[in-house]
Design a protein around this ligand. Structure first.
Ligand code: BES
Ligand code: MN
Ligand code: ZN
Length: 512
């Protein structure tokens, strides 16, 4: 156990070292091996051979005696008493061995690595001898290991909390593994930052502070950073962001992050909902529903994290990110239900419910993103309780004005292990948004299909001719339950990796 250190980003930097040597001879505090289930009991997976040979009785017998079967999610630790340099072996379940030998599912590897490193809090170094015969597998093991080694310790003062693993070595002989592990580190650094931002209490992350962090970190990463404060937003005609932000003592911000590559011929634009706290505004939420509304900036977090990773990886694409930052509070200056806003796109919106605020800040960001002439716009938002009703806590809803983009986004997300499901934008829901006095209302009072109705509302503000997709991450952004796989309790950083992986696909020369 070590004393937590102050700082915004996760307290402990985790580095990944690559070592293709015999796992049995690695100097480390804990050696992690994978175990498959089989009819005959636990069976050591590739990577564990040396350990299996070195310990008395072998892995299968040792684990069998512990009642360990190799199921996904299982983890067991035992001492090695000098049989190998590592004093502890950690066995993690990988489930049934793949039909094609060695063809491990990448998400199974990520989760197993995450379960292992999470179980090792309080240990300084871990070496992962999981199946990693290909560069993709090495990347998955590194990523899962890094993401599992996360705990938000910034606000602990006792020093009694076991701190996450600091250094992870991935053992892989695969060609290109070094590069793959670096890629994992870039992804993990961004996801860790997003989790930290989501977990930070809203008193310490008002819109202006979020914008400051974007300036600091974005500037260091080589991004151009433009911040519009409340004066600039008012003058610029950003009525959606101003309307939501006007009830708070902490004024709103719009941040534009820009990344360009000299060889790039496509531009992707990402827009994130950044409500640093959602009380509902004058349409106040019941207290129980406010409990985790500090996570209502998870979309903006994902966009910010994605831009940082895109820059760090030097992708051959132009990327812009908009963080639509505001705090939704009730007060004497707050917008009222029945107020009408004039948005950046020029359209007017009647605010029937101030708790449907995410769409109000997003439409200004989406309309502004049109000025970058993007090939695609993707917005990410903890937008509706309807997403949780329809898809549960872990599966994001994907909507779009273009079938191919929606399908591509689902495919990219699922490949990253970020569950996503395509949802429709049924035409008949549009009339529910008619307003008697403005161009459109911000919700359908009848509330049926509320995730889809929100998507239909957003679509009205997409610049003409631009392919657009919308990710509703209301449930997946924050894990209220126990940790699982590489997902901790609290902020998850969901969709950060998906946005980066999508940007990779839009690199010059990579698309037919
Ligand atoms: N931030 C919430 C959505 C949300 C709910 C996120 C639960 C995470 C967990 C959003 O601003 C909201 O309040 N949505 C309302 C909209 C309604 C008033 C149309 C909702 O979905 O209930
Ligand atoms: Mn709300
Ligand atoms: Zn909200």
């Amino acid at each position: 156990m070590r004393t937590p250190q102050p700082g915004l980003a996760s307290a402990y930097v985790t580095t990944v070292r690559l070592n293709a040597s015999d796992s049995g001879s690695v100097e480390t505090d804990a050696l992690v091996v994978g175990i498959n289930t089989s009819a005959e009991g636990p069976r050591p997976a590739p990577g564990s051979e040396a350990v299996d040979g070195a310990i008395t009785g072998g892995l299968a017998a040792t684990l069998g005696a512990l009642g360990f079967s190799g199921k996904v999610g299982e983890v067991a630790k035992f001492p090695t008493f000098g049989a190998i340099p590592a004093p502890v072996v950690v066995a993690v379940g990988l489930g049934d061995a793949p039909e094609t030998p060695g063809a491990y599912d990448l998400e199974v590897l990520r989760r197993a690595a995450g379960v292992a490193t999470r179980s090792l809090a309080g240990t300084a170094r871990a070496a992962l001898a999981l199946p990693a015969a290909t560069r993709e597998q090495a990347e998955a093991v590194a990523l899962g290991g890094l993401l599992g080694a996360y705990e938000f310790v910034k606000y602990r003062t006792t020093g009694e909390v076991a701190t996450p693993v600091e250094e992870i070595a991935v053992l892989s002989g695969a060609e290109g593994a070094e590069e793959a592990v670096n890629r994992a580190a870039a992804f993990a650094e961004s996801v860790t930052l997003v989790r930290d931002l989501v977990n930070t209490p809203p008193c310490d992350l008002p819109p202006a502070r979020f914008a400051e962090i974007a300036e600091e970190r974005g500037g260091k990463a080589g991004l151009s950073v433009e911040v519009l404060d409340e004066t600039a937003l008012k003058e610029g005609g950003y009525g959606g962001i101003m309307g939501v932000g006007q009830g708070s003592a902490n004024p709103p911000r719009l941040v534009r992050l820009g990344y360009t590559h000299p060889e790039a011929d496509t531009t992707v634009a990402f827009v994130g909902k950044g409500i640093t706290f959602d009380s509902g505004g004058l349409s106040l939420k019941p207290s129980a529903s406010m409990a985790w509304m500090k996570s209502d900036m998870g979309g903006a977090g994902a966009v910010f994290g994605a831009l940082l990773a895109i820059a760090r990886l030097g992708l051959r694409v132009n990327a812009v990110g908009y963080l639509c930052l505001a705090e939704n509070m009730p007060s004497g200056t707050a917008q009222r239900p029945s107020d009408v806003l004039r948005t950046y796109a020029g359209k007017t919106v009647e605010v029937l419910d101030t708790d449907a605020e995410g769409r109000l800040v997003l439409i200004d960001g989406i309309a502004r993103a049109g000025e970058d002439n993007p090939d695609i716009i993707v917005d990410v938002a903890t937008l509706t309780g309807g997403q949780i009703v329809a898809l549960g806590w872990r599966t994001s809803g994907v909507m779009a004005n273009d079938d191919a983009l929606r399908e591509e986004l689902v495919e990219v997300a699922v490949a990253q292990g970020e569950a996503a499901w395509g949802m429709p934008l049924p035409e008949e829901l549009r009339k529910g948004l008619d307003s008697p006095i403005a161009d459109i209302a911000n919700l359908n009072p009848e509330r049926s299909g509320s995730m889809l109705a929100a998507g239909i509302f957003l679509r009205e503000f997409v610049p003409p001719g631009v392919r657009w997709a919308h990710l509703d991450i209301a449930g997946p952004a924050f894990n209220k339950e126990a940790p699982h796989g590489y997902t901790p309790k609290g902020g998850t950083g969901i969709m950060t990796r998906t946005l980066v992986a999508l940007a990779e696909r839009y690199q010059s020369g990579d698309r037919a």
